[in-house]
Design a protein around this ligand. Structure first.
Ligand code: PLP
Length: 380
């Protein structure tokens, strides 16, 4: 079945109790046994819950994987994946990625004895030489946040396989509609479902999808042992959002590309970082690896922080807020907002500068969005 159909039907059917057409919210902590030693399909909601199972099966299907897991936040999904590591293990993490992932690796995982090494994974030779005998995991994110660099997932997966190292891709930015890491050989696809998958800025959540039954067993164990699972009501909301993922992603993609092309010609713009533009240094790789570019991208205004702040102060429709992937358009300043958890020198070295702006283009009419940016840029 096609993506659009799976988004609406996978993992779900009329409820066996009353034929409810939509997945009911099983707002319950515990389930009755039929008798001594006769457990039903669920016993306790931390280990499993019917509403969560419907969501997990649906996301797995959309990622083209066999096993899905839903978590309370994207960071809870990350915590669970990183719990597969033990003290003394080595992990290679792409050096330009979500600020919260950087903080988790730097301030928590390292302290627990995991040897964390940040490497620019656009350079596959650097990856090859970074792999050590005790390397257990390679952590990727593409396109990267907020610089929109692209990693070659198939090339990374191939190197990892020859060395027997697990790979993970944070696929939040493109969603399973545009990119499927498992099909490119990556072992774990991870999402902050807070973003495009839910799509309505009204819930936080995370997900991991895998194909390997042994890896799935380890993730299920850790999801239960750590208690990182998502609550039934939040699973219901994410399932509801997920049904329209295909139509939303098409609209985000179309609006964002049109705005990127418009900004590129604007005299007050220094550069536009969007993988769909032929000016993007990895445009061909982006086209080969994914079916679209999503709705989030960045650009630099001519000048510095003052010019960026004037733009942010003058937009009326774009909302000044962190996060991305909702139906409404958001605008933010990575240097002082989303990427503040990275030390100044790390931000600067990566190219996150004071004049960099990130926008999450919503699904409003593109003419209104361009008009808003135009009037704000006049005041810069
Ligand atoms: C937001 C985000 C996360 C963290 O997810 P939360 O739901 O906020 O915990 C991880 N990775 C990326 C790329 C994100 O954008």
């Amino acid at each position: 079945m096609k993506f659009e159909t799976r988004a609406i039907h996978a993992g779900q059917g009329p409820d066996p109790a009353y034929g409810a057409v939509m997945q009911p919210i099983y707002q319950v902590s515990t389930f009755a046994y039929k008798g001594v030693k006769q457990m039903g399909p669920f016993d306790y909601s931390r280990s499993g819950n019917p509403t969560r199972k419907a969501l997990e099966d649906c996301i797995a299907s959309l990622e083209g994987g066999a096993y899905g897991f839903a978590f309370g936040t994207g960071m809870a999904a990350e915590t669970t994946a990183l719990a597969l590591l033990s003290a003394g293990d080595h992990i290679i993490v792409h050096d330009d990625l979500y600020g919260g992932t950087y903080r988790l690796c730097k301030a928590v995982i390292s302290r627990q004895g995991v040897d964390v090494q940040f490497v620019n994974l656009r350079d596959v030779d650097a990856l090859k030489s970074a792999i050590k005998p005790h390397t257990k995991l390679i952590w990727t994110e593409t396109p990267t946040n907020p610089l929109m660099n692209i990693l070659d997932l198939a090339a990374i997966a191939e190197i990892a396989k020859t060395k027997g190292v697990l790979t993970l891709c944070d696929n939040t930015f493109l969603s399973p509609y545009f990119q499927n890491p498992l099909a490119l050989g990556i072992d774990m696809a991870l999402h902050s479902t807070t973003k495009y998958i839910n799509g309505h800025s009204d819930v936080v959540g995370g997900a991991i999808v895998v194909n390997d039954p042994e890896l799935a067993g380890r993730l299920a164990f850790h999801q239960n042992a750590l208690g990182t699972c998502q609550a039934p009501f939040d699973c219901f909301l994410v399932l509801r959002g997920l049904k329209t993922l295909a139509v939303r992603m098409e609209a985000h993609n179309r609006n964002a590309l049109e705005i990127a092309q418009w900004l590129e010609k604007h005299p007050k713009i220094e550069s536009v970082l969007h993988p769909g533009l032929s000016s993007h240094p990895q445009h061909d790789l982006a086209l080969r690896q994914a079916r679209g570019f999503g709705g989030t991208f960045s650009f630099k205004v001519k000048g510095g922080e003052d010019e960026a702040f004037r733009l942010l102060a003058n937009v009326k429709l774009f909302i000044l807020a962190e996060s991305l992937g909702g139906v409404e358009s958001l605008i933010e300043h990575p240097w002082t907002m989303t990427h503040l958890s990275m030390p100044e020198e790390v931000r600067a070295a990566a190219g996150i500068t004071g004049n960099l702006i990130r926008i999450s283009v919503g699904i409003e009419h593109v003419d209104d969005l361009i008009a808003d940016l135009e009037q704000a840029l006049e005041k810069v």
